[in-house]
Design a binder for this molecule. Structure first.
Ligand code: MN
Length: 471
């Protein structure tokens, strides 16, 4: 962008935000604008889905709202690489570096995201919230960063959850058994609500960082700072202690209420099925703040953007995890057919037989979603599913190279599992190491079987020996 020009003029360069990414997409012919007034029910998601592999799309005045909606921020891995300004082949290593060396955020006192404040909240009137898949229970906020604070330490966690609009100021939320749920359980045990914020419309680096498989109490916004190469500016919410990105478009401030569960779902999810309806946690919204003329970001459940967003940070984390134990691992890919979550291809520079099975076990341990692992040699292109199938066809024997683990923890959203408990399958599709012609060869002296000692040895040893030492 014009960052260096701004530096020359001794100005502070603009903080990266959603708009800087949209400007880059527009400048590279990857953004289109729909006509005004597209319907939020079914129509908007249909247009976004149709364009999901080619273009980002902005919807002005959808459903009669003043606020525009944007979808399809990522149509492939190359878009993700562009958003953090690295060549696509360096994408995973760049993300690994950011996780290894996070950059803490800095607090600011004033923020554009608080230019306008609504304390009397009616979500569907205030915001253009679409309904996405046909049998979703209704409109969902799908692209909000949920920022929560550890109730004891104040350390923040950032993650994305599906958020059903359950009432004018109420949201039903799915909390999988990870960090937000952990903080919520801490608060609920004390009988208190968990303070949170839902942040909509941020720079891609913040969205990507939220998907890192970080440890508990590792603030994902620090990873975002490392991806951006500058600390993310954060501001305190008006009604609670949560800090949110100051350059976001929209923030919903609220609390996950203790000892309360209400129906949430169904909702179209990444495995290309609906997540079920069940009693789940409830968020009470206390205030909505936003920029003047904000843009509302939405993600179509199970669409390309949803898949790619989960894919890259998971791949980087799995690669890091595997390389710690196995230096022979070169690259990993969560395959599209495996919904970018369940099926992992691992490329290795094989140095010892047997190691692929250890790598398979390591990958199962890397993330519970991983259900199938195929290990291939470096001559196989892991971006091409046909190449992986070829490796299985010509380098794999099921009785020898297959590893099955029964009854392990898996994804609750995998409909073939028993509430998330299921089997893991690993395939070693690597060639056997090329052996030298002398490997496993017993030493042997040629001629030993046919030699005739009677014709070789002299009969009179004493005389023959005397002749040798005489001189
Ligand atoms: Mn976390």
């Amino acid at each position: 962008m014009n960052g260096s020009a701004a530096m020359l003029r001794n100005e502070k360069p603009e903080h990266p935000d959603l708009r800087s990414w949209l400007q880059l997409l527009a400048a590279t012919d990857r953004l289109v604008v729909a006509r005004k007034g597209v319907s939020l029910t079914d129509e908007l998601a249909a247009v976004a889905k149709k364009l999901e592999r080619e273009r980002a799309v902005i919807f002005p005045s959808p459903g009669g709202h003043d606020i525009a909606v944007v979808a399809n921020l990522f149509a492939g891995r190359d878009w993700v690489a562009d958003s953090i300004d690295v060549p696509v082949e360096d994408l995973l290593s760049r993300f690994q570096r950011a996780v290894r060396r996070p950059l803490p955020w800095m607090e600011v006192k004033e923020a554009r995201v608080q230019e306008e404040v609504h304390r009397d909240v009616d979500l569907l009137k205030l915001l253009p919230i679409p309904k996405h898949n046909e049998h979703d229970s209704g409109p969902y906020i799908t692209a909000a960063l949920l920022i929560a604070r550890n109730p004891q330490t104040g350390i923040q966690n950032v993650s994305i959850h599906r958020c059903q609009i359950s009432g004018p100021d109420r949201i039903g939320v799915l909390l999988l058994p990870r960090h937000t749920r952990h903080y919520y359980a801490m608060a609920e045990r004390a009988g208190a609500p968990l303070e949170i914020a839902l942040v909509i419309g941020v720079h891609p680096a913040c969205i990507l960082a939220s998907q890192a498989i970080a440890a508990l109490d590792e603030d994902e916004m620090h990873i975002a700072g490392a991806l951006l190469g500058r600390p993310v500016e954060m501001v305190k919410c008006l009604t609670n202690e949560v800090r949110v990105p100051a350059h976001a478009e929209i923030v919903l401030e609220g609390r996950i209420l203790p000892k309360l569960r209400e129906p949430e779902g169904p909702f179209g999810e990444f495995p290309q099925y609906y997540g079920d309806r069940a009693d789940r946690e409830v968020i009470q919204i206390d205030a909505v703040t936003h920029r003047r003329n904000p843009i509302f970001h939405t993600i179509v459940g199970g669409g390309m953007e949803h898949l790619v967003l989960g894919e890259i940070p998971r791949e980087a984390t799995l690669l890091e995890h595997l390389q710690r134990s196995f230096p022979s691992v070169r690259d990993v890919r969560l395959m599209r057919g495996g919904t970018c979550r369940y099926h992992l291809a691992v490329k290795i520079e094989k140095v010892s037989d047997g190691e692929p099975k250890n790598i398979i076990m390591g990958a199962f341990a890397g993330h519970y979603d991983v259900k199938q692992v195929v290990v291939v040699d470096t001559d196989v292109d892991i971006d091409d599913p046909n190449e992986i199938e070829w490796a299985v066809a010509t380098r794999f024997q099921a009785d020898r190279d297959l590893l099955v683990v029964a009854g392990a923890q898996g994804s609750k959203l995998d409909p073939s599992s028993d509430k998330g408990v299921g089997a893991k399958m690993g395939l070693d599709a690597t060639k056997p190491l090329v052996r030298g012609p002398l490997d496993f060869k017993r030493i042997h002296v040629k001629g030993i079987e046919t030699i005739d000692l009677a014709s070789i040895l002299q009969q009179d040893t004493e005389a023959a020996f005397a002749r040798i030492i005489e001189n």
